[in-house]
Design a binder for this molecule. Sequence first.
Ligand SMILES: NC(=O)c1ccc[n+]([C@@H]2O[C@H](COP(=O)([O-])OP(=O)(O)OC[C@H]3O[C@@H](n4cnc5c(N)ncnc54)[C@H](O)[C@@H]3O)[C@@H](O)[C@H]2O)c1
Length: 263
Amino acid sequence: MAGVEIPPSRWDCFAHDAFADQVVLVTGAASGIGRSTARAFHDLGAAVVLVDQDADGVGALASSLGPRALPLAADVSDAAQVDGVFAACDARFDHLDAVVAAAGVITAKRAFDIGPADWQRVLSVNLIGTFSVLTAALRRMVPRGSGSLVAVASDAGKRGGGGLIADAPYAASKAGVLSIVKSLAREFAGSGVRINALTPGPTDTPMHAGVSAELKQRIGAGLPIGRMGHPDDLAAAAVYLCSPAARFVYASSLNVDGGSLYE
Ligand SMILES: NC(=O)c1ccc[n+]([C@@H]2O[C@H](COP(=O)([O-])OP(=O)(O)OC[C@H]3O[C@@H](n4cnc5c(N)ncnc54)[C@H](O)[C@@H]3O)[C@@H](O)[C@H]2O)c1
């Protein structure tokens, strides 16, 4: 963690029951930002639906959290599996209050090494998968006239890839996520459902398992804040976006990036 000690949770400032009686679905919940986000909502009283293709990962997290956690294994790039997840959620809960779409993949390759299969994989998970999850949630939330959606984008979606860790397909997919958020926010304006993007900067998660400690140190030192993000930094922001404190935040993209996008 770039030599900086980070306390384990950053959401203590919210009331411990801020999300009591709420149901929050998180994709990518087995690891990194999604995992922290699911834990944060659970700590604040919510029931959490943990979605990930890593069945063991969501199973283990659900076991550690207890009966308010429902683990569901699914590949978000498969629309039928996404439908299955939401059907299972409907069967267990009679409402859905918030969705954080955090499942995502990166190739971590340079341009000359990237082929059509890399594009296919990244776009099908990050772009199409995110769209499937958000629209499945809207089908439930719009008739109720309430809810909050957070799509996890990336600073690479605003700046482009080609730097130290983000590749071109990844950056393009995240630019697409930002565009999807704008499109859905326009289409569902006035529905009562808030739709926003969360835009992390470089964050120390298993996504960067192949990145050396030395390079992580360098990436962190290059940010205005002087360190890489901790997944809890992003979880706290997702909690904020889904809370009543953000009731006037709509169609936005919240940079939580240590100043990565500062110019
Ligand atoms: N870590 C960073 O530096 C960073 C920066 C900007 C944005 N993000 C974004 O944050 C989100 C979370 O990333 P992370 O860093 O926590 O990564 P991570 O690799 O730790 O977690 C991603 C999770 O998504 C799951 N996943 C991948 N493909 C899936 C699929 N097809 N279906 C279901 N689940 C799938 C993985 O199993 C994993 O549990 C991603 O969307 C990522 O692009 C990360």
